[in-house]
Design a protein around this ligand. Structure first.
Ligand code: ATP
Ligand code: MG
Length: 263
């Protein structure tokens, strides 16, 4: 298992402060959310956790994953962590998947990079993983462009989870999908993460998605954490202005979806 401790994290680029004084704690096996409007700094925080900030970014404070300090870590340390102990799922599977690799090769790649397994063993693991994410075995021979958005994101999840990482960082993994597919993908991710006993940081701007994916969350506004607590409680009784706005937006979206269904 892998806990996370982000302490007084600050990020600035070209003298412009983007994230300030951010403290985030994720316990072993906990699913925690980060929610905020566009530009509030969610992706910057997830990139800091993966050691993938832009080269000209200046970072203060600390990000500890398990017992590794990520801020200022060597690329070799980070490369050993990413894809092995930390899996990432991104917003747009069409652009995060490699278009020239078949699905099978795509999912197999992290195993090749991090483990010394023979080909038959890798392929058996890839087949088992495809089944876990609800994809037919024949999908292994297909290219990402031949799949629907929901299927592509199932491949993204399979690729992130194939090495049994201890922490999953999912940055708006369902934003590009329709609402029914969104729910299926969130539920799949939650059940796989829980079965594996892994921890998860789930990033979104949609409170209804957040409530499905996480038990606890942090609300981000202008690069600062403005509220935190039990996700269901915050959805019911938002305190701060920003949290109220995000909850109202989620309610509106839910109403619109209902209306579209009734039309
Ligand atoms: N490479 C970069 N150089 C300079 N500023 C950047 C860079 N990338 C992002 N920013 C700025 O950092 C701030 C936070 O961006 P970030 O991508 O973390 O927002 P976000 O909360 O993930 O938004 P979204 O919901 O749209 O994904 C924004 O003001 C953005 O303009
Ligand atoms: Mg983002």
């Amino acid at each position: 298992m892998m806990g996370v401790d982000v302490n007084k994290l600050g990020i600035s680029i070209g003298g412009k402060s983007i994230v300030r004084d951010v403290n985030v704690h994720i316990g072993d096996g906990e699913r925690v959310g980060l929610i905020g409007s566009s530009g509030s700094g969610k992706s910057m925080i997830s990139k800091a956790m993966l050691g993938l900030l832009p080269i000209n970014a200046q970072t203060e404070g600390s990000v500890i994953l398990g017992d590794t300090q990520v801020v200022g870590a060597d690329e070799t340390v980070l490369a050993g962590l990413r894809g092995r102990y930390v899996g990432a799922v991104f917003q747009n599977p069409a652009s995060s998947l490699n278009p020239v690799l078949t699905v099978g090769k795509q999912i197999e790649l992290p195993l090749k990079l991090h483990y010394d397994l023979d080909k038959a063993d890798r392929q058996a693991r890839v087949s088992a993983m495809l089944e876990k994410v609800g994809l037919d075995a024949t999908v292994a021979k297909k290219y990402p462009s031949e799949l629907s958005g929901g299927q592509q994101q199932r491949v993204g999840i399979a690729t992130a989870l194939i090495t049994s990482p201890r922490l999953i960082i999912a940055d708006e993994p369902t934003t590009a999908l329709d609402s029914i597919t969104q729910r299926q993908i969130v539920d799949l991710l939650v059940s796989l993460v829980d079965k594996a006993g892994a921890s998860m940081l789930f990033i979104t701007h949609d409170f209804s998605v957040l409530a499905r994916a996480t038990t606890r969350c942090y609300v981000l506004d202008g690069g600062r954490i403005v509220e935190s607590g039990n996700t269901a409680d915050l959805l019911e009784h938002p305190q701060g202005e920003q949290t109220k706005k995000l909850v109202a937006a989620a309610r509106e979206l839910t109403l619109q979806r209902k209306q579209n269904r009734d039309d």
